[in-house]
Design a protein around this ligand. Structure first.
Ligand code: AMP
Ligand code: GLY
Length: 421
């Protein structure tokens, strides 16, 4: 099989690493890829959103399967573009991608399918008075969400009522462009979050992938600004059999059945952002792709060959294909640029990569210069992933590897996974 994987982050590095191990693979292309993905296949300078250019490439290179790493091409309808051309895409149709592309749609979908989630209402510039009333009926903190995609920045959590009302007006006034023309206001839920991933083929068949927890804040002890993710751990001790049975019965099956009943084609990953509220799972959000940095731990724990599973998912015939998962613990610790998630320098020379043997390095913001030097090119630079018998042993490997990796201004969290011990 020839595969085209779209994206350039740590998630795509981990997917590429896993796909490249498949005996069923002929050639893997990554578009656009990064400074590390060349180890697993060929980087190609294509934009994941330029469907006509992708079509040309697919035809010229006999691509059998397209895998979309991030949400943008999915929400823009890449599945629907290639379906009539007979090219399988592992990912949902545009209608299915609305689970991530529109929070208003996702909330309606959950309510209609009795899926546990925070109480909410949606508002536009025409319903500000009702929005104020709804805010007054809630207890603080107030959760305000831009309806559309906002590069992970569209959620505000505000303690003060007047400030929440002011932010609501800013959002409706274009704080996140068109994405916040509709704002979802919802009840605040208190609990610990985890990420559950499901692979489904649109027929009702599904497989549950390893559960992971990510660490979103920049600072130790979950303080400071939100980032794309500073580390991850899998499995998650509190997501035990009892919890996961509830997740499957109350969330996964109703989600898959709800999509089917509405005639929405969904052949790809579903990412359930869950919160454990006193032992009861509730949905914070849906994403229509894998998580980053969760993929960097999930892939280490999947023992089965992923490529045939992705192909079967895209073709709607997952059947009883087995998914074997390692009982070991995987962790990833992200090395980030100085200043991230604010502004940061690029082009810092990275050394030490070749001395690291006990961890797998998933490159994110890296690139190779024309001279072949590995340099930083993003905020999140490299995810250092390790697998071992337990969390402390896996962490010890990743932090030893972190010591060997050097670039000017390197920053990382030294407390990944400590809250789970
Ligand atoms: P994002 O990943 O940008 O959508 O950020 C959403 C984050 O905001 C989640 O990971 C939660 O930490 C938090 N969040 C969203 N909705 C709620 C809610 N209803 N109650 C509590 N926290 C929430
Ligand atoms: N780690 C959260 C995300 O990928 O959205």
């Amino acid at each position: 099989m020839n595969v085209l994987l779209l994206g350039s982050g740590g998630r795509e590095s981990a997917l590429a690493w896993k796909i490249s191990q498949s005996p069923a693979l002929n050639h893997l292309y990554i578009a656009p890829g990064n400074g590390g993905t060349g180890l697993y296949g060929t980087n190609v300078a294509l934009s994941p959103l330029d469907f006509p250019a992708i079509e040309k490439f697919v035809k010229e290179n006999a691509i059998d399967l397209i895998v979309a790493g991030n949400e943008d091409p999915l929400v823009a309808g890449i599945y629907d573009y290639f379906e009539p051309l007979g090219i399988p895409v592992a990912g949902p149709s545009k209608a299915g991608a609305a689970l991530e592309g529109s929070k208003d749609f996702a909330k309606k979908f959950m309510v209609e399918n009795n899926i546990p989630t925070a109480r909410y209402r949606s508002f536009t510039a025409d319903s500000i008075a009702e929005a104020d009333e709804f805010l007054e009926s809630l207890r603080p903190p107030y959760v305000l969400k831009a309806d559309g995609l906002a590069a992970g920045k569209g959620v505000l959590i505000i303690d003060d009522l007047n400030e929440a009302k002011a932010s609501l007006r800013e959002m409706l006034g274009g704080m996140f462009g068109k994405s916040s023309a509709t704002v979802v206001i919802e009840e605040f839920l208190k609990g610990i979050e985890c990420s559950v991933f499901v692979l489904t083929d649109g027929t009702g068949e599904y497989r549950i992938l390893p559960v992971a927890k990510d660490y979103k804040r920049i600072g130790e002890g979950d303080t400071g600004l939100n980032t794309g993710g500073m580390g991850a751990v899998s499995p998650v001790p509190f997501a035990d059999d009892t919890f996961m049975r509830k997740v499957e019965e109350r969330i996964i099956r109703p989600t898959i059945n709800g999509l089917k009943e509405r005639g929405i084609t969904y052949r790809g990953f579903i990412f359930l952002g869950l919160i454990n509220v006193e032992g009861e799972p509730m949905v914070i959000e849906y994403n229509v792709r894998m998580g980053d940095p969760e993929t960097e731990v999930v892939m280490l724990r999947i023992k089965s060959d992923l490529l045939p599973l992705l192909m079967k998912t895209a073709q709607g015939n997952l059947g009883d294909s087995p998914l074997e998962i390692s009982p070991d613990t995987a962790v990833t610790v992200m090395a980030v640029s100085q200043g991230y998630p604010g502004s940061y320098p690029k082009g810092k020379v990275i050394t030490g990569v070749d001395e690291i043997t006990e961890s797998t390095l998933f490159h994110a913001g890296t690139k190779l210069t024309d001279e072949g030097t590995l340099v930083t090119s993003g905020g999140r630079v490299i995810a250092i992933s390790s697998i071992a018998n337990d969390i402390p042993s896996a962490l010890a490997k990743s932090y030893r590897s972190m010591d060997k990796l050097t670039f000017e201004g390197k920053n990382f969290r030294s407390d990944i996974g400590k809250d789970l011990l």
